[in-house]
Structure formats: C-alpha cells, structure tokens
Design a protein around this ligand. Structure first.
Ligand code: AMP
Length: 399
C-alpha cells in the first residue's frame, strides 16, 4: 500500500467518523477541542458520539448513496470500530481521504486475514490453523476437529469474522471439550489458535502519519475478566527490555501495514519474556483511555493529528495510572436477576482528587456493556491499582 502525502487538514475542516460508539465520542471531543467539525455515520442513532458532534447521519453502511453524501461533506474520514464493513468503503474512494486505508481495516477485521498477515510479515504470534466455512455440516465438523488436532490441545477456537471482547470464541482445554466446540462451530469459518499460557497481557497504542512519523505510547498491562478489559495498568509491570521490545514491535507493525492513524496492538507476554501478538485494532483502543488523563497527548488527539497529517504529539507519561472499565454490571445487574438498574455510587469516585470519571452517555446499562471508565493516578502504580480496585467494588456496592 502506498500513500500520497496530502496537504495538512487544519482546524476548521471536517472530520467524518464511521461508528458512533464511545471511541468515536472521545475522538469527536478531541477533534472539537482542536477546532475541527465532526460528522458521525452510525446505523442506529442517537449514538454516544452523535451526542457531541455537529452532525449525525443514521443509515446502514451498505447505503452507498448515504455513505457518498457523508464522505463528500468531510475532508477526511476515519473509523472507530473495526467491524465497519470494508467493501462499501470503496464507494467513497476519490471523494475524500479515508484513514487508515480500507485495506488496513479489511486485514484487521477478519482473524484469518490478520493472522496470515502477521505470519507473512514475520511478526510473532501463537501457532494457528484456519478452517474455512463449509455448507456441509459433516464436512465442516471433520475439518474443525482436524484443525484442533493440527494445532494441538489446549487451544482456542475463534470465529474468523466480527469478533471482539472474546465474542465468538471458545477454549478447548482437553479431548472431552472437542465435542462442544464441534457442536458450536462446525461449518463456520474459524481460526484455531494454540492456547498461550501467558505471564501477562499487554498492549501498545501506536500512531503513524502518512509522512512516516511513528510514535508508540508506553506499554499498558491489561487484566481481563470474562474476556472484557477490566484494568489497564501503566507502566506495565514487566522487565524494561520486554517493554522496549513490545514498543518496537508495535512501531514495526504500524510501518509494515502502512498505517495512517492509530493502531492498538494486543500482545501476550510469556513467562520467558517472549512476546506474541494477539490482535490488531486499527483505531484507538480501550487500553489507551488512560492517555486522556495521564499523558501529554491523548490517543484521540493523536488520531486526529495522524489522519489530518499534523505532526504527532508527545507521548510522555505524567504519572503512573490505572484505568478501570465501568460496565453495565455496576448498575446492579446480574445474570438471571430481573430488576431495574440502580445508578452506581458515583460520589466516592468524584470525591477523590486523583480520580477522573468518563461516562459515554449510554442510556441503558446492560451486563458487559461498556458504559464508561475511570482513571486513578498515583506516584506508585501499586497504590493506584489498590485504590482502583477498592473504588470499583465500591461503585456496585451501593446497589
Ligand atoms: P481476543 O478476542 O482474541 O482479544 O481474546 C480475548 C481474550 O481471550 C484475550 O485477551 C485473552 O485473555 C484470551 N485469549 C485469546 N486468545 C488466546 C490464546 N490463544 N491463548 C490464551 N488466551 C487467549
């Protein structure tokens, strides 16, 4: 992929965002702060991003006329969600700049393409096998089981399309679990990955401009619960040499994929200090939300800078920080418990001078739904983590 370096898109111009979720909302806020106008394209409105933007268009992504009209009114278009279908975006080529390129989206939104890209580019990743979709159930079942045996147990079966936050995946720890995987995935296109026994999970958010400037944020350590990000810890509690290697790896990936924008690189760190890339997300990343409060330039401002061709901002960390996701669960919701949501106890959070609360304007809390996040800053990362855990459990306690 080769890109022409276009002129800078300066404040006063219009940025279009495909997707109206919280990432689009925080991007729109950063863009507005810098003096840009923001338009949102989102199938179902009103959306969290639409609430803070100048204009929101609600139409399916496959509505090419609506997509073209949207693009024609924007100086640059980006996406905040990797499941925006890539094919319709051909329709806006030539009408505006789309950053990152449609082909970057296409590679990252399908696990098979993503894993093959990592393999071909020589970036470290867990061993995997691909199983294509099959119309015939018995044939699909046989190739799935063959794929599991090829990779070996334990492994993780993941649907090739539209997966995030652990959706569409199943661990297969032993022979006795193969049957359940076959029942669930036979016939579907899947990727089967070797299960990685990791010491920790980390991520690096990296930005790159069309002129080739690249900057990686400090490595974030991530703790997931039920496959959803729970805590992000910065600096990551890993050896400095591993941190440097993770940052370099993210920069190399950004260059190799010809990124223009921001990319989240999720990685596993093994007990021996080896790094394996798990996933690429060609947009701002949940694990980078701490940059809003504890960094010289937020990942959202950095995305604006990258897609508009401005120089990138500094990525200096101001202080150790822990970010906590606030899910709908904090509204007192529990599986099988049918009761009206109750507002979390915000007062304890808001009383702390070192805590920043961010809510995304979503009206209906649901189990597992990302409603907001908060950050805790402290001179010591362990102090921030202890406080963050206490504040998180306090949020739901009042309910
Ligand atoms: P993903 O949707 O691929 O980001 O996976 C969600 C979470 O599942 C990851 O953050 C890991 O905690 C876990 N996971 C995914 N793939 C593997 C793997 N190959 N080995 C071990 N854990 C995994």
């Amino acid at each position: 992929m080769n890109f022409v370096v276009g002129p800078m898109i300066l404040p006063g111009k219009t940025i279009g965002i495909l997707g109206g979720g919280q990432l689009g909302r925080m991007l729109a806020q950063a863009a507005a702060q810098m003096g840009y106008h923001v338009h949102i394209f989102e199938p179902v409105g009103p959306s969290p991003a639409g609430e803070v933007a100048r204009k929101e268009v609600n139409a399916p992504y496959e509505d090419l006329a609506a997509l073209r009209a949207f693009a024609a009114a924007c100086d640059v278009v980006t996406y905040e969600f990797e499941n925006v279908p890539a094919a319709p975006l051909r329709a806006i080529e030539g009408l505006t700049r789309l950053q990152p390129h449609r082909l970057v989206l296409q590679t990252c939104q399908n696990r098979s393409r993503e894993k093959n890209w990592l393999r071909e580019a020589g970036f470290p990743h867990a061993a995997f096998a691909e199983v294509p979709a099959a119309g015939d159930h018995a044939a699909g079942r046989a190739s799935l089981i063959a794929g599991i045996h090829e990779v070996g147990l334990p492994c993780v079966v993941k649907t090739a399309d539209f997966g995030y936050d652990g959706k569409g995946q199943l661990k297969v720890m032993g022979e006795e679990e193969i049957e359940a995987a076959a029942a669930r995935f036979a016939g579907q296109a899947v990727v089967i990955e070797r299960f990685v026994t990791f010491a920790c999970e980390v991520s690096v958010v990296v930005a790159r401009t069309a002129a080739g400037e690249v900057r990686a944020y400090p490595v974030t350590e991530n703790i997931h619960t039920n496959h959803i990000l729970d805590f992000s810890i910065v600096p990551a509690r890993i050896a400095p040499a591993v941190a440097t290697a993770a940052e370099k790896l993210a920069c190399a990936i950004a260059e190799k994929i010809s990124l223009v924008g921001v990319l989240g690189v999720e990685m596993f760190v093994t007990p021996a200090g080896e790094i394996l890339v798990n996933e690429l997300a060609p947009r701002t990343h949940n694990s980078g939300h701490w940059t809003l409060d504890a960094c010289a330039t937020s990942q959202f401002e950095q995305q604006v800078r990258a897609i508009c061709g401005l120089p990138l901002g500094a990525v200096t960390l101001h202080s150790p920080v822990v970010m906590v996701n606030i899910l709908g669960d904090a509204w007192g919701l529990q599986p099988g418990l049918d009761r009206a949501p109750t507002e979390p106890a915000w007062a304890a959070l808001l009383a702390r001078p070192n805590v920043r609360l961010h809510l995304y304007g979503k009206v209906s809390p649901r189990l597992g739904r990302k409603m907001g996040h908060f950050t805790v800053q402290s001179d010591e990362v362990e102090t921030a983590l202890t406080q963050a855990k206490a504040l998180k459990s306090g949020l739901a306690k009042a309910t």
